[in-house]
Each structure stands twice: as structure tokens, then as C-alpha cells.
Design a protein around this ligand. Structure first.
Ligand SMILES: *Cc1c(COP(=O)(O)O)cnc(C)c1O
Length: 340
């Protein structure tokens, strides 16, 4: 499948590594566990949004935009990577941040991604109350910028539309090439799913190349049926954007598990804390508290429930976000949920 006719900029330092996790595999006594290091995409501490931004910034430049507009939660990894990507191509940015996590600490509101947003230097960072219709707020903001003579380009939350998802179509092709090269035949691909672009892009890429690799998204926010429906719709839209038949994806291939959300988006859970500590202490790899920590908690939980056999080979896609840990210092200091 050809992606080369689509507008794109180069941001990702890749292919990102695909690594075996020997210590964790042995400790959990379950399937072989591998990790695809999309935390190491290289842009301002990296993460999965970098792949989407290759196509989104490419499209913005093709349309003659001068100003990128986007939104996210206070500790948004997407917003951080968007400002960095726009800076690299001489575009201004305005961002809207939703105070989605109530009752958070000072660090949550000042450190981690927000500190990096400020260093990266958006033209404006506006903080809006929880529950604001953020995409509607973006449209309003775009009108204000247009009146000032700017040519705004709106990137939806998480960069999750049919253009952003192309980043994960491309990632699926990259992963399939690595697997062929290593002669590794995985039985599952697991990752944290939120705004859906990552899972939709992966599913579209896997379907379009007629590869057999089941994908499981561990939800960080929405309940299972809603998350699956949203992923399904974006997968179809992504295939159509590529000029392919949307029927390539069947509804039952879209699978999400919402058992690891806990009380809500961005709210720590004991299993997330354990997952972050466990991967750090066995393999020296840092997850994040909002997405990959809950995603990895899902992998650990499913292994303990006997969801996999010992002959299975599971790839966890690490989507990044570790700088978010600095927004959650009190969650991790003095905790000893896991001891080797
Ligand atoms: C945004 C994000 C995700 C979720 O990806 P979606 O494409 O929004 O589903 C997972 N992990 C991290 C670290 C993220 O920032």
C-alpha cells in the first residue's frame, strides 16, 4: 500500500526499536513479551502523536496554514508534541487545555507536559473548565485567529482523524517489516487507546496489508462498546481516505477492554502504579500514568487471568508519555506497591 502521495513531513526518528523483555517475561511466567518503542520517536521526548503529526503538519503546510490549533487535557502529550512539531516548521500554535482531571495536585497543573509546553512556547495556552466542548471551542478560536489574518489549521484532540491515523497505518507497515525481518510471528498487539487514532491506524494498516495480527486496545477513558464503535468508525474513515474499501475492517476485529480505566481519565489506579514500577524495575523502561501505565496494567492483569498461553507472543506498543510522571509525583513518592 502506497502512502507516498500524501503530504507528510519527517519527524519520527525510526524505525523505533522492537525489543524482547526477558526479565518481565520470566517474572510473569506467561507469554513472551516484546515492546515496540514508540516512546522513542524522538520529538521533544517523543510518543505516539509524533507519527500522526507527520501527516497532520504535512497537510497543514500543503493547505498554506500559518497557525496550528489544538486541544487536550492539562497533561496532554499530544499538545506537547504538536507545539514541538509546529515549531520545527515555522508554524505558530494556540492550544486549549481542559482541566479534565478534578482534584489534581500543583504538579499536575504546573509540571510535566505543561512545563514543556511553556518552554516550547505556544502563542497562547488557554485553560478551560472540565466538560467544555473542546472541539467547538477550537472552531471559535479559529474564527478569532482568522479575523487577525492568520490561516488556522485545526488538529482535533489526540490528532485522531483520518489524516492523523495515517501515522499508525505507517507504523503498522514498519512493524510488519520488522517482524518479517526478525521472523517473529506475534499472536497479539496491545496498547493504550484513548482518542482512537492509534488503534484505528494500526487496524487499517493491518487490514490493508492483509496481515494477521489481532489488536487489543486497553481503554483509558470510554467504556468498551463506545470505544470500539469510535475506533471502528475511524478505521473505516482511514481506509476510505486511502482510497480503500472500508469493508476491509470487520467490526469484530475492533476490540477494546475497559477494565483498567479505574475511576476515570487521568486518575491513578493501584494497577497502573504497579505496572509503572514493575516495568521500570525489571527492564529500566518508563511508562506514563495516564495511558501506557494503564495499558500495561491491562497486559499484566490479562496475563494473570490466564488470557494468554505460554506459547503466545505479545507485543506491547509503548505510546510514550513518561514526562507525565512529573505531574504525578505524589502518586509515586513513598509508594511501594511493587517490590522485586
Ligand atoms: C494519546 C496517547 C495514547 C492514546 O492514543 P490515541 O491515538 O489517542 O488512542 C496512548 N498513550 C499515550 C502516551 C498518549 O499520549
Amino acid at each position: 500500500m502506497l502512502l507516498s502521495h500524501l503530504p507528510r513531513v519527517k519527524l519520527v526518528q525510526g524505525p523505533t526499536p522492537l525489543e524482547f523483555l526477558p526479565n518481565l517475561t520470566q517474572l510473569l511466567n506467561g507469554p513472551e513479551i516484546y515492546i515496540k518503542r514508540d516512546d522513542a520517536t524522538g520529538l521533544a521526548t517523543g510518543g505516539n502523536k509524533t507519527r500522526k503529526l507527520e501527516f497532520l503538519i504535512g497537510d497543514a503546510l500543503a493547505q498554506g496554514a500559518t497557525h496550528i490549533l489544538t486541544q487536550g487535557a492539562t497533561q496532554s502529550n499530544h499538545v506537547r508534541q504538536t507545539i514541538a512539531a509546529a515549531n520545527k516548521f515555522g508554524l505558530k500554535t494556540s492550544v486549549l487545555l481542559e482541566q479534565r482531571v478534578g482534584d489534581a495536585t500543583d504538579e499536575y497543573y504546573n509540571n510535566g507536559n505543561l512545563l514543556l509546553d511553556e518552554i516550547l512556547g505556544a502563542s497562547s495556552i488557554e485553560v478551560l473548565a472540565s466538560g467544555t466542548d473542546m472541539n467547538a471551542a477550537l472552531v471559535e478560536k479559529a474564527k478569532v485567529l482568522e479575523a487577525q489574518g492568520e490561516r488556522p489549521y485545526i488538529i482535533p484532540g489526540g490528532g485522531s482523524n483520518a489524516i492523523g491515523a495515517l501515522g499508525y497505518v505507517s507504523a503498522a507497515i514498519e512493524l510488519i517489516n520488522q517482524l518479517n525481518h526478525l521472523q517473529l510471528n506475534p499472536t497479539h498487539l496491545i496498547h493504550a487507546t484513548g482518542s482512537t487514532g492509534t488503534q484505528a491506524g494500526l487496524l487499517a494498516g493491518i487490514a490493508a496489508t492483509h496481515s494477521h495480527l489481532p489488536v487489543l486496545g486497553i481503554s483509558v477513558r470510554a467504556e468498551k462498546s463506545k470505544q470500539e464503535e469510535n475506533v471502528y468508525q475511524l478505521t473505516r474513515a482511514t481506509l476510505e481516505h486511502l482510497g480503500l474499501d472500508s469493508k476491509l475492517i470487520s467490526r469484530e476485529k475492533v476490540v477494546a477492554n475497559s477494565d483498567y480505566v479505574g475511576e476515570g481519565y487521568g486518575i491513578p489506579t493501584p494497577s497502573m502504579i504497579e505496572a509503572v514500577q514493575l516495568l521500570a524495575r525489571t527492564e529500566g523502561i518508563l511508562l506514563d500514568p495516564v495511558y501506557s501505565g494503564k495499558g500495561f496494567a491491562g497486559l499484566i492483569g490479562l496475563i494473570r487471568q490466564g488470557y494468554f498461553t505460554k506459547n503466545d507472543r505479545v507485543i506491547f506498543l509503548h505510546t510514550g508519555g513518561a514526562v507525565g510522571l512529573f505531574g504525578y509525583r505524589t502518586t509515586f513518592s513513598h509508594t511501594s506497591a511493587y517490590r522485586l
